[in-house]
Design a protein around this ligand. Sequence first.
Ligand SMILES: Nc1ncnc2c1ncn2[C@@H]1O[C@H](COP(=O)(O)OP(=O)(O)OP(=O)(O)O)[C@@H](O)[C@H]1O
Ligand SMILES: [Mg+2]
Length: 333
Amino acid sequence: MRRKIAVDLGTNNTSIWSNGSVAFTEPTIVVLSASDERIVAIGNEAHEMLGKTPETVISIRPISGGVISDFSIAKAFLKIQFSKLSQSFELLRPDVMIAVPSGSTSVERRAALEVALEAGAAHAYIVEATLAAAIGAGVAVSSPAGNVILHMGADVTEAAVISLGGVVAYESKRVGGNTINQAIKQHLKNKHGLIIGDATAEEIKQKIATAVVTTDDRELEISGRDLTFGMPRNVVVKTKEIHTAISPILELLSAVVESALEKTPPELSSDVIDKGIVLTGGGARLSKFDKFLTLTTGIPSHLAEDPELCAVRGAAVVLENLNLWKRSIITKS
Ligand SMILES: Nc1ncnc2c1ncn2[C@@H]1O[C@H](COP(=O)(O)OP(=O)(O)OP(=O)(O)O)[C@@H](O)[C@H]1O
Ligand SMILES: [Mg+2]
């Protein structure tokens, strides 16, 4: 039997499922030697080199905005990841399912099918990430009721209303966890005259940022480079100021849900209020983001379990039951 591999090829992270479980999640990064473009490292190893790399190497993220932006690097990345899964005695090439954004174009979808085939797949399939995430979160997507899913990644956030196993309405915006980090960096620069790196912005977000302010005002000492003097300097940042800095991004995120709901047929609208919104994707882990959406949309919102793995798990369910989902997939051999 052919090996089956499900892939969530994300802007920041790629998760790969095989043989009944998620095999690994690794950063979607490839480091090349600058002189001959040979691959030096990929995934975790490549991520550890970020920001510390000498001029002899270059790092490339082959996915941006949730879609393939560098085809040959994406292919090399997948090929190496697939090779970790296969055993030397395996003769048959695998069947590969890739989750793609609901907002991706037909050209971008074709690129996802092609990349899977060129990385070694015998048959390539794609499924919309919002549908996959809903399935992976355990939502009863096949029922005739309207289910709302919000899938928030690093670069893209999509909200979809799903009924009878298909996406009925959706909204896709190029905003996500990375956008929040950018807002945090901008705040540090404007208000504290400090330049901080991506890892520091991520640390601030994970440790003290929140989508809804409470009395719990935490603080964190971070270091960066002084904007004027170029010297290292430490600054203490607080929950409230970070909340103010990221508020415009939170508004954009809430607008993604509202816009999907506006496109929803009225027959499904009442279900949506009853069932609530399920939050998936790593970006949805932002502290109190569920509470924020409940307040702004008036619809109860809940963070799924293992939100960053919902899409790959759902893609795997679809791959294992192709007949059941044939209306929701696109394929190429
Ligand atoms: N505890 C946390 N709090 C806030 N944000 C988090 C947390 N953990 C992860 N994230 C964010 O989740 C995002 C990555 O999520 P995910 O892996 O789902 O994205 P991706 O699939 O790589 O991106 P995309 O779907 O946009 O292509 C990052 O922006 C990261 O900062
Ligand atoms: Mg993603």
